[in-house]
Design a protein around this ligand. Structure first.
Ligand code: PHE
Length: 498
């Protein structure tokens, strides 16, 4: 079967031409996503005279949490819509257009349209993000060994895009005007949409059609989609008209409960009614462990855009050579360090693997949690310095982001491939959804944590961060212990010969 594998398409760094299209689309999407997100809590907490919304820090953190949770929650229906209705290629295009509109709406300097902008960006990202990630895999025929390095290149586009966003939108937003920053995100995403439209043909058949089996009826799914959209539209319109409103902190809590119920029900279903073999159930047990680790890790990591971002703006000395840099510039540390360290990590795991020392996935997750805990320890020192002197040096946040990035590199790439490797084949798409659901739950939880971290100014931070450190270490130890009792076996592809 090997001769069937077409490796002649080596247009881009030895990879198919379609990867350029996906690379650039994801780069611009992440540029706009992180550029805007970096400004979000800063803009919401500034006074009206500074062009902001004058919200309290806990309220702003809660809105940020709800926004992050919605973005990744919507990736689940986003994947479903591509599978059942439009196919991934078209769904990515629709998502990209909706995101662009969302950013332009945010560029309008009015509080009334602010939430509409956020809603559009979340819906668009839910349609784009999961599907662009699956098209990457479909560029390669089964068995093509380039797929892993294809994903690594794609991961680079994510980080190059976010660096660009933090720099461009951050500078314009903080130095020129908030809405200029949001507008720049819109312009970036416009480049992304245009290049996607013009180069989409290079994707060929990858993600072109929905994934329906013969006995599935697309029309039934279309009407389900229409009803669901109508109900959601009604809820949103009545809220925009001011017919009902809900306190952001309460909504943040409800969101967390909702996602928790969805995730728990899904795992219970898998263990009881899904008809899985014992071997498959063992794999799901391992994925459940990873789910726990992932939620706690990303909940800590997400403080970067919220509580730590506000700490950077108001309590960190941002002067370099007499110039006060935008707080968002510090956010560049994470993607920059990912680009620098990712190749070393990949080589390190391979070297360990050759000696049969490669840690199991839950062990890598545990390491990720411990590194995240060290990062929080660094920021506690920073907060204490700021409480004494009014401002802390940038080194505290930089050390924090260094450890958070090292943790990310232990956890994020292996999490995705473990989901692919250990999910029963017929549940693979949905298990990818569960991976995004863990990010969603994490973002909601991060909102709750960040709100509490500013309850009574930064003096609330040290105690709360100590609790996070304890929770991270507890989950890390739990993963290490539980790993001894859970024996997962990689699922073999139906067409895999060896
Ligand atoms: N930096 C990653 C990205 O933007 C973070 C992430 C990991 C997001 C996993 C979602 C899921 O893609």
């Amino acid at each position: 079967m090997n001769e069937m594998i077409k490796t002649s398409d080596t247009y881009f760094l030895g990879h198919p031409k379609g990867l350029v299209t996906l690379f650039l689309t994801e780069m611009w999407e992440r540029m706009s996503f992180y550029g805007m997100r970096g400004l979000l809590v800063l803009f919401m907490t500034r006074e009206i005279t500074e062009g902001g919304m004058n919200l309290s820090a806990p309220e702003a953190m809660a809105i940020y949490g709800i926004y992050g949770a919605s973005v990744y929650f919507l990736c689940v229906p986003g994947g479903w819509i591509a599978d059942k209705i439009f196919g991934a290629q078209k769904t990515v295009l629709y998502g990209a257009i909706i995101i662009t509109l969302g950013h332009y709406v945010l560029a309008i300097p009015s509080d009334k349209t602010f939430f509409l902008g956020l809603v559009l960006v979340s819906i668009g990202t839910g349609l784009l993000k999961p599907n662009i990630s699956t098209i990457v895999g479909q560029l390669y025929k089964p068995g093509d060994l380039r797929i892993d390095s294809g994903y690594t290149i794609f991961y680079m586009s994510i980080n190059i895009g976010s660096m660009l966003g933090f720099l461009v939108c951050g500078y314009l937003g903080e130095k020129v005007g908030w809405h200029w920053g949001f507008g720049a995100a819109g312009v970036g995403m416009t480049f992304g949409v245009l290049q996607y439209i013009f180069t989409k043909d290079s994707l060929g058949e990858a993600g072109k059609k929905p994934n329906l089996s013969v006995n599935e009826d697309r029309a039934k799914y279309v009407s389900l989609f229409k009803y669901a959209s109508a109900i959601i539209g009604l809820i949103l319109i009545t809220s925009f008209l001011g017919l009902w409103s809900i306190d952001p902190e309460l909504l943040n809590q409800l969101t967390v409960y909702l996602i928790l119920i969805v995730a728990a029900s899904y795992f219970i279903y898998l263990f009881t009614f899904a008809g899985l073999s014992d071997e498959e159930k063992n794999n799901i047990k391992m994925l459940l462990l990873l789910f726990f680790g992932s939620v706690l890790f990303w909940a800590g990591f997400d403080q970067g855009g919220s509580s730590l971002n506000l700490f950077a703006k108001d309590f960190t000395d941002l002067y370099v050579f007499g110039w006060e840099m935008p707080a968002t510039f510090l956010q560049v540390a994470n993607p920059l360090m990912v680009v620098i360290f990712a190749p070393f990590f990949a080589a390190f795991w391979i070297t360990l693997g050759k000696r049969n020392l490669d840690p199991d996935t839950p062990q890598k997750f545990a390491l990720g949690c411990f590194l995240m805990a060290i990062g929080f320890l660094a920021i506690i020192f920073g907060v204490e310095a700021a409480m004494q002197n009014g401002k802390a040096g940038v080194q505290f946040l930089l050390i924090t982001y260094l450890f958070h990035t090292l943790g990310e590199l232990c956890l994020s790439p292996v999490g995705l491939s473990a989901t692919a490797k250990y999910s029963p084949i017929r549940y693979r798409g949905q298990m990818m959804g569960i991976w995004f659901l863990s990010s969603s739950l994490a973002a909601g939880l991060a909102g709750l944590i960040a709100s509490r971290s500013f309850e009574s100014g930064i003096s609330s931070m040290p105690d709360l961060f100590y609790q996070i450190i304890i929770a991270l270490c507890a989950v890390g130890v739990f993963l290490l212990v539980a790993n001894r009792f859970v024996k997962a076996t990689p699922i073999k592809e139906a067409n895999q010969e060896s």
